[in-house]
Design a protein around this ligand. Structure first.
Ligand SMILES: Cc1ncc(COP(=O)(O)O)c(C=O)c1O
Length: 394
């Protein structure tokens, strides 16, 4: 009997992963704008300013002159060598360029890194609050993300004692420094202690260092200084301000190089060629990019002071990245409701915390200060005006 074509075939169970709640805020903000309101966007973690000038020039030249065919699956050798030099310049480290894999953003790096490291059923520790895609990508790949709750006392970063308290077999640990949504960082000593914990238990250590270069107090270290066998994820999206170009990289332990190459050949063939050319040139535009960090710093201070005057002063130390993770309990309103009210009444879009911490997130909001300084100034004024009476009443 012919199959009934009217009954749609269901999607796979593995595709039923959560979406980004922040996208609901983005859609609601667009509705507010369509209704004529001027909305200040503090919800999205996207640097302003676009790619640095040398990247644009190199891309234009490549479009004019280049054949722009596929590159090797692990990336253009010139870019891989340039990234290796970056570790020498920034950290005084010799990293073999052949251990570097160029990926379609850090996001493509997660898929390759997780597939090469873990089998279905693996259990991987993820510290909450954290970037939501770690656990969502793992869910799609059949990997179990095991929650480690962190708190303000340790800068929302896990400690070996907290990891020890997790029962059952553990195959991996994902860390980030500087972190999203908190902006907190791990120094060499804390990274070394966590790395020692993973080494002693033969647990794969993966560290997302995407916000390196965007730091305000001390420069960010790299885990490679204390654990050369760690798998590092990085990207041109944040410090290099090249979100839409989709270029990132992995630094791989040697035994994972060939597996990642095989996976990349089959899953992606290669990262977009014009974007790799632009990224190579961007690495020589550091001065322009460091100047932007100065702007983020001024934005951070302005926003933090405005929140403090309103009565929100429990904020994770924003030492890096471009986010404030603020405890909103003084308002007496859960984060999802507060975000809705701030958008509809003050026309400021912020991200409720549930994206980053599914358990405790209703007590927190994340504010991005990557936007243009004038917009941050307006947003800070509106937030102070909206929050002050709420907190007085609560
Ligand atoms: C911590 C973290 N890792 C990875 C990503 C994804 O970066 P990419 O644009 O390189 O895919 C983001 C994006 O916001 C992030 O915040």
């Amino acid at each position: 009997m012919p199959a009934d074509r009217k009954i749609p075939l269901p999607p796979s169970e593995r595709s039923a992963i959560p979406s980004f709640l922040v996208m609901d805020v983005v859609i609601d903000a667009a509705r507010q704008e369509a209704a004529g309101h001027d909305v200040v966007h503090l919800e999205i973690g996207e640097p302003g300013g676009g790619a640095p000038a040398p990247a644009l020039e190199a891309a234009a030249a490549a479009l004019r002159d280049g054949a722009l065919g596929y590159t090797p699956a692990l990336g253009l050798p010139a870019l891989r060598r340039r990234i290796a030099r970056h570790y020498r310049d920034w950290h005084g480290l010799d990293v073999d360029w052949q251990r570097i894999a160029v990926t379609t953003g850090a996001s493509g790096g997660f898929v390759l890194g997780f597939l090469a490291s873990f089998d279905p059923g693996a259990r991987v520790l993820v510290a909450d609050p954290s970037y939501p895609c770690y656990r969502n990508v793992m869910a799609a790949l059949g990997i179990e993300a095991v929650r480690v709750a962190t708190g303000p006392a340790d800068g929302f970063q896990p400690t070996p004692a907290e990891l020890d308290a997790i029962p059952g077999r553990i195959d991996g640990l994902v860390l980030q420094s500087p972190a999203n949504p908190t902006g907190t960082m791990l120094d060499d000593a804390r990274l070394a202690a966590l790395a020692a914990w993973t080494r002693a238990r033969r647990v794969r250590l993966i560290v997302d260092e995407i916000y390196q270069g965007i730091t305000y107090e001390a420069p960010a270290t790299t885990v490679l200084k204390v654990e050369p066998e760690a798998l590092v994820v990085n990207s041109f999206s944040k410090f290099w301000a090249m979100t839409g170009w989709r270029v990132g990289w992995l630094v791989l332990p040697e035994p994972l190089v060939r597996p990642v190459e095989r996976l990349a050949q089959n899953l992606f063939i290669s990262t977009p060629t014009v974007a790799q050319v632009a990224a190579t040139a961007a690495m020589d535009a550091e001065e322009e990019l460091h100047a932007r960090v100065g702007i983020y710093r001024a934005n951070r201070d302005l926003l933090r002071q405005a929140l403090g005057r309103a009565g929100l002063d429990r904020i994770a130390p924003p030492d890096g990245a471009f986010y404030l993770w603020a405890d909103i309990r003084p308002t007496g309103v859960p984060a999802s409701e507060l975000a809705r009210r701030l958008l509809h009444e003050a026309h400021v879009a912020v991200t409720p915390g549930m994206d980053f911490d599914p358990v405790d997130g209703e007590n927190w909001i994340r504010l991005s200060f990557a936007a243009d300084p004038e917009r941050i100034r307006i947003g800070a004024e509106r937030l102070e005006a909206a929050l002050t009476p709420m907190i007085r009443r609560a």
